[in-house]
Design a protein around this ligand. Structure first.
Ligand SMILES: [Zn+2]
Ligand SMILES: [Zn+2]
Length: 537
């Protein structure tokens, strides 16, 4: 990808790439774009032999502010407490709500080829006192922090406001407290019943040390403190945080003026939008990361995120569409072009890098991966619906030689994805039931259509035993042209009627390629009836 390589060429010296996330609930697949972009930047830096560390943080002292996943009796007690202190709602052995949901998210990383050198948990860093120097600086410079909020974000805090959130020693909530004084060792806090609408404080007031895990910095300061603590040099973040006067601007200003350090390089990225309204209907498959991952294998998922530049939004609507097969086709096209094979249609600049960075293994042999044989997804989806197909034989015949070990693995993965796609997302047009007997609908075929079927049957003699979808598709087109069929629609309709008893279906060439050739010729001939072969010739 030219953007990551270009970024890597602009920096020098050791690099620290960082991202962090609040583990507030189930993760949408779009949230994986950030970690994939981080990983690609890290790979690009390492390719230039820059010493690079990839960090991933969990902001688990953030307050619980979404009650959707809490049981009714837990809402009043848990809302406003740090996520690290809220019990695991699933009760499956994690030590906290944060550990449960961050764990689910982090578990998807390895499957996507993302391997941070270190994960850090903010609750651990606060407890260990690693944030203490930044807490002290922020409190000493409280007036400057208030001034930055006013200048950069037009947010006016009261004169007594101090940039720290005490975890109430009585009720354990952090979202309900404010600090109004700082004496150099302790802060005066109030846990207010009505500070926020979503949580109720207990009314406790008093003086407490803000160090050693008793308190946390507000997000903008915590973020800037992470940069100083770890020496972060590059941190991409979502567009929503990158607006003027938004979160990133505030943290940048706090880094420079309060912690006196230049903020890291930003790479703002857009989101992945999954489907529109369709997503919420019937099957309710939704966009949870693990659901999409069943149908879209890791390399195609990385490819989905990486094909557009980071600042371009991605619209992906798998429900009832051919978005998934098209994604595979595009991936295969990038692979073929990388292997210097001829491909149809346009390719964006940097396609070779996009393919390389889509690979799961950062150290993979790119040429060998590009050259590997990949059966078309749509073809596998058809074969999956036809009983008794010897998949391996079909695919090896199409390739023209035995599959390598790697190609076997690709075939297995794709065949599973195709079956999952048929189960979860495929449109009705992709579903087929090839009729065992000649469908009665053939009675409606016109003479032109019958002549076409007969001509296709005859021309099929020139095809190999396991012809590919493209070879069949080519033959269908050439025959239609030769017979001067009025429209392709008419010729393809004849094929669908003869095999499916309906006038539409998946790509006709792939349909025929998925069937036994002798059966195809026999059926075409039967459907053509006694109509003469040839037509115009
Ligand atoms: Zn759990
Ligand atoms: Zn309290």
């Amino acid at each position: 990808m030219d953007w990551a390589d270009e970024l890597a060429s602009r920096v020098s010296g050791p690099q620290v790439v960082n991202d962090s996330k609040t583990p507030s609930g189930t993760v949408h697949v779009g949230s994986l774009r950030g970690p994939v972009i981080l990983d690609v930047i890290t790979r690009a830096l390492r390719a230039r032999e820059l010493e690079t560390t990839l960090l991933y943080g969990v902001d688990d002292l953030d307050p619980m502010d979404a009650q959707a996943l809490l049981t009714p009796d837990a809402i009043d007690r848990e809302m406003g407490r740090p996520l690290a202190h809220v019990p695991d709602p699933a009760g499956d052995g994690h030590s906290s709500y944060a550990r449960h949901f961050a764990g689910l998210f982090i578990d998807t990383f390895a499957g996507l080829g993302i391997q941070p050198d270190r994960y850090y948990w903010m609750s651990d860093l606060y407890d260990a006192g690693e944030m203490d120097p930044y807490i002290r600086t922020a409190l000493d410079r409280a007036a400057l922090v208030r001034d930055i909020y006013r200048r950069v974000a037009n947010v006016q805090h009261p004169e007594a406001w101090h940039p720290i959130g005490v975890i109430c020693p009585n009720c354990g909530k952090v979202g309900t407290t404010i600090v109004t004084e700082w004496d150099g060792e302790r802060v005066r806090f109030e846990c207010r019943p009505d500070l926020v609408t979503w949580a109720h404080g207990c009314g406790t007031t008093g003086w407490i040390s803000p160090f050693g895990g008793n308190a946390k910095l507000p997000w903008n300061l915590e973020w800037a403190a992470q940069w100083s603590l770890f020496g972060v040099t590059i941190e991409p973040n979502g567009k929503d945080l990158s607006t003027a006067g938004g979160s990133r601007d505030r943290s940048d200003a706090i880094a420079r003026e309060v912690f006196e350090r230049e903020p890291p390089l930003n790479v703002p990225y857009e989101f992945l939008n999954i489907g529109g309204k369709k997503m919420s209907t019937s099957k309710g498959r939704g966009a949870a990361a693990h659901t999409i991952a069943e149908v879209v294998p890791p390399e195609q998922l990385r490819f989905l995120f990486l094909r557009p530049r980071p600042n371009q939004a991605i619209e992906f609507d798998p429900e009832g569409t051919d978005a998934v097969p098209r994604l595979f086709d595009e991936f295969d096209k990038f692979a073929a072009a990388t292997a210097r094979r001829e491909v149809k249609g346009e390719l964006p600049p940097g396609f070779e890098a996009t393919f390389r960075y889509s690979l799961l293994d950062a150290g993979a042999d790119v040429d060998a991966e590009a050259a590997a044989f990949r059966p078309a997804f749509a073809h596998l989806a058809l074969l999956a619906q036809i009983p008794g197909v010897d998949l391996e034989w079909r695919v090896e015949s199409e390739k023209g030689s035995a599959l390598t070990g790697r190609e076997h693995a690709i075939l297995d993965q794709r065949a599973a994805a195709a079956r999952a796609w048929l189960d979860a997302y495929a449109p009705d047009s992709a579903r087929i039931a090839v009729k065992d007997e000649l469908p009665p609908e053939v009675a409606d075929l016109t003479d032109d259509m019958r002549a076409y079927l007969a001509a296709v049957a005859e021309a099929a003699g020139s095809l190999p035993e396991a012809a590919s979808g493209e070879q069949w598709q080519d033959l269908l087109f050439r025959t239609a042209v030769r017979l001067e069929m009025r429209t392709n629609r008419q010729s393809f309709a004849a094929i669908y009627v003869a095999f499916l008893g309906r006038d539409s279906g998946p790509r006709a060439g792939w349909l025929l390629a998925s069937l036994d050739k002798d059966f195809v010729v026999r059926r075409l001939t039967e459907a053509a009836g006694a109509a003469p072969v040839g037509g115009s010739s």
